[in-house]
Write a protein that binds this ligand. Sequence first.
Ligand SMILES: Cc1ncc(COP(=O)(O)O)c(C=O)c1O
Length: 403
Amino acid sequence: MKIDYEELMSTFAASLRPNAIRSLMPLLVRPDIISFGGGAPSSETLPIEELAEMASRVIRDRGRSVLQYGPTRGQPALVQEVALYLRSRGMKDATPSEIILTTGSQQGLDLVSRIVLDPGDVALVELPSYVGGTIALHNSGARLVGVQQDQDGMVISDLRERIDEVRAEGRRPKCIYTIPNFQNPSGITLAAERRQELVRVAEEQDLLIIEDDPYAELYFDDEASRLAPLASLCPSHVIYLGTFSKVLAPGLRTAWLRAPKEIAAKIETAKEGADLSSSQLDQALVYEALRTGLVESRLPMIREFYRTRCMAMTEALENHAASGTTWTRPRGGFFVLMETDRQIEATKLLPAAIEAGVAYVPGQPFFVDSSGANTFRLAFSKESPENIHTGIKALCDVIKRIG
Ligand SMILES: Cc1ncc(COP(=O)(O)O)c(C=O)c1O
């Protein structure tokens, strides 16, 4: 007899949405095309030899503990390092009781969503926003409401209007999800004065801010390096997430979150049920990379690596983009968002672009209101500056020819 699996699965399973970006990945990683698709760090920035040496030393010397289960909150020495880092970023009173190490920030986003949101609650998110983040929020049954951004990040007057609308409908807005630095997918950075306004809204409206900050250390100018995390302005209303994925290696799946300690305690309990703890071995490697100064010493090189690629991309766009095309000017991170004339649809154009030897991610899945059909996420993290010039020219030629 044939089993009806649909019938056996939960309503949660039925509500799951695949990540539209990840399903494009096989197309985006073809070796014969220049890809602005994937948003991963360049493998050229991974300290392979150093980590190989550390891994063998750590396992030999401390195998009895690092190959074991460990505390749900994470290894105390690494938690302490994270607390020191957060204090250096202005979170003056950050203590280990507020910190949880997670299996990537992606797990942090999943746990936070489950702790904060009930089905039907409203989460306010940027237009556009990171798909992994909006999926985590959606999985908790939240309704996602988009807030406009301009070149300075979330538009606070629009945020206030959306909150008023939600309340007028009798719904409960619970949180604002934001990526304030060099956002994925737009590369936009939230301006200093907007940071103050945003935390004021959270305080006045009794909302939590989920501040997802994976690119914080990948800034290209001093001013961008000094922008205050929202969590330093108003720790009582902000859950802050950071990760070692972009400054060390995403394969180590080690990240952290800092939340008011009452929330952190609940997240710890939820994590216990999810995975007992994140990998002790991965955490030990990250700790070793911090202790020996490996992470710190490589940061200037990594920033320069991405800065030159970002410059190559914006220069190539200046040279080749069709009139009517606009793009963001990132001050850090991995991404430029390009916007064309309304009639051009990025999804429809993709086969022709791939045919011409260049790939990108259509922007629409990043917009929770399904706008953005004429936007293109262009990651400059993977390709060489030469390939970036070639690829942007090829893409702009396709747009001029077909668009
Ligand atoms: C905005 C944002 N948040 C979170 C993540 C997930 O990072 P992690 O590797 O720590 O899970 C990413 C990864 O690309 C991201 O761009």
